[in-house]
Write a protein that binds this ligand. Structure first.
Ligand SMILES: NC(=O)c1ccc[n+]([C@@H]2O[C@H](COP(=O)([O-])OP(=O)(O)OC[C@H]3O[C@@H](n4cnc5c(N)ncnc54)[C@H](OP(=O)(O)O)[C@@H]3O)[C@@H](O)[C@H]2O)c1
Length: 338
């Protein structure tokens, strides 16, 4: 089969021949129609991902058709259009994953290939209103955003939500979830164009985080006072800017973060957190139940993930470079096969 392989760090991802996998007991073979990139695929290529094991076929996100069944797998899956939950071996505890947790695409082979071998328990029917490309854009970002917003932030439709770095894959789908649920959502971005595009998706307003006093500009726009502050804040930048999130959080607000793009959190005044009774949560991926709830919400609200660009599988290296440059708005997708 055709596949993309990373054999060495800091080297271009190679589009090449690989052995077609054979499904074992409880597994299926999915003929992939589309895959999508996450920042983690760039980290893998740069050798920055924990537990690196090379060579690997990267890729956590995928959608396709079940082509073969391993022993013991229910017949109804054969020929089904599916998306794949890439959060593997979460375990029994909904609050934290178990010791065998891993994400599809490292250390095990992932979705940047014509075929993927995967346990049948990770299959979910593809939402009928989505193309394969749109469906492939959903799993990792959708699951992370769902858990961040619904489980960790305990989101309610009357929340006033701030989502930072709206160009990010997780941030953008979190915006779509919160808007579909009826909330007032504000955003930040380093790009004016991305701010405008977020408004078109239902954001009420936004500011450029490159401005030194962006938090003051934001509060001026929201009207200031108690009602101008945010009850839910979703972030993946962390770093020195995290202190500004604490400034714009409402008393009792919930700040959830899932990344550390701008490094260590610095200059946070403890008293601002305890006097405001803030709740600060980290989050990573999610459970099988959360994945199912997320796909149900997407179906019920006919949500369509935003796609930035579609590359053929043979041009995965160009797709990885686009993600590395951070110019995208929405998911970068790979079209696979005819
Ligand atoms: N814990 C988890 O389960 C999980 C899951 C997914 C991702 N992540 C992590 O989260 C991070 C983002 O992942 P992704 O796939 O969404 O990446 P991505 O699509 O490459 O998005 C990164 C975004 O970060 C934003 N950003 C950069 N500097 C910022 C700043 N100073 N303030 C606010 N936002 C800033 C940018 O937004 P603009 O383009 O709008 O400027 C950029 O688009 C990565 O570190 C990734 O590893 C973690």
């Amino acid at each position: 089969m055709k596949a993309v392989i990373i054999s060495q760090t800091h080297q271009p991802a190679e589009f090449t021949e690989a052995e077609k996998p054979v499904p074992g007991p409880g597994e299926v073979l999915v003929q992939l129609k589309a895959a999508a990139l996450n920042h983690r695929d760039v980290f893998v290529q740069q050798g920055l991902y924990p537990g690196m094991k090379l060579p690997v076929i990267p890729g956590a996100d995928g959608a396709g058709v079940v082509a073969e069944l391993g022993e013991g797998v229910d017949d109804h899956w054969l020929g089904q259009e599916v998306i794949i939950n890439c959060s593997l071996n979460w375990g029994e505890n909904p609050h934290f994953y178990g010791p065998h947790f891993k994400i599809l695409g490292m250390p095990d082979n992932g979705t940047f290939a014509e075929y993927l071998k995967i346990e049948a328990r990770y299959l979910h029917p593809k939402p009928a209103h989505l193309t394969f490309e749109q469906a492939a854009a959903l799993p990792l970002a959708g699951l992370t955003a769902w858990r961040a917003l619904m489980t960790r932030a305990l989101f309610r439709p009357d929340d006033k939500v701030l989502i930072t770095g709206i160009g990010g894959g997780v941030a953008l789908i979190a915006l779509q979830f919160a808007v579909a649920a009826g909330a007032e959502v504000w955003v930040t971005s380093g790009s004016e164009e991305k701010l405008q595009r977020a408004l078109a998706l239902g954001a009420k307003g936004g500011v450029n985080y490159r401005e030194p006093d962006w938090h003051r500009t934001l509060l001026a726009q929201t009207g200031g006072g108690r009602t101008g502050y945010f009850t839910v804040l979703i972030d993946s930048a962390a770093g020195p800017g995290f202190a500004r999130l604490i400034d714009v959080a409402a008393p009792g607000g919930r700040i959830v973060f899932y990344g550390g793009t701008t490094g260590n959190i610095t200059d946070v005044m403890p008293s601002k957190i305890f006097f405001k009774q803030l709740n600060i949560h980290g989050t990573t991926m999610g459970t099988g139940e959360e994945f199912a709830a997320m796909t149900r919400f997407v179906e019920a609200n006919k949500l369509v993930p935003v796609i930035d660009a579609i590359f053929p599988l043979s041009e995965t290296e160009q797709a990885l470079r686009r993600m590395d440059e951070g110019k995208q708005f929405g998911k970068i997708v790979l079209a696979i096969g005819p």
